[in-house]
Design a protein around this ligand. Structure first.
Ligand SMILES: [Zn+2]
Length: 88
């Protein structure tokens, strides 16, 4: 995972349903999501990030990224669970 690099980041209107890399929710087609094209390990893959995760990431990136500065799958979902627990 650490060898992946985002070569392209764009906002797209999805043409089919995609799940968000950060919160693992599935979003229907026709919504705006951030699409990141990642290259690494000899392959190219696309990940999608929903608008709400983009907002959370822009404010809490330091808390959410791992030690290598990467956003792991489900990282925002886990961050939300942790924040909710600490508020109890
Ligand atoms: Zn999301």
């Amino acid at each position: 995972m650490s060898d992946y690099e985002a070569i392209k980041t764009e906002i797209v209107k999805t043409r089919k349903h995609h799940w968000c890399h950060c919160c693992l929710e599935t979003f229907p087609k026709g919504v705006k999501m951030q699409k990141q094209t990642l290259v690494g390990d000899g392959s190219i893959s696309d990940i999608y990030v929903c608008e709400s995760c983009q907002n959370i990431l822009s404010e809490h990136l330091i808390e959410i990224e791992n030690n290598e500065g990467e956003i792991e799958e489900g990282a925002v979902r886990e961050w939300k669970l942790e924040t909710q627990e600490s508020e109890k």
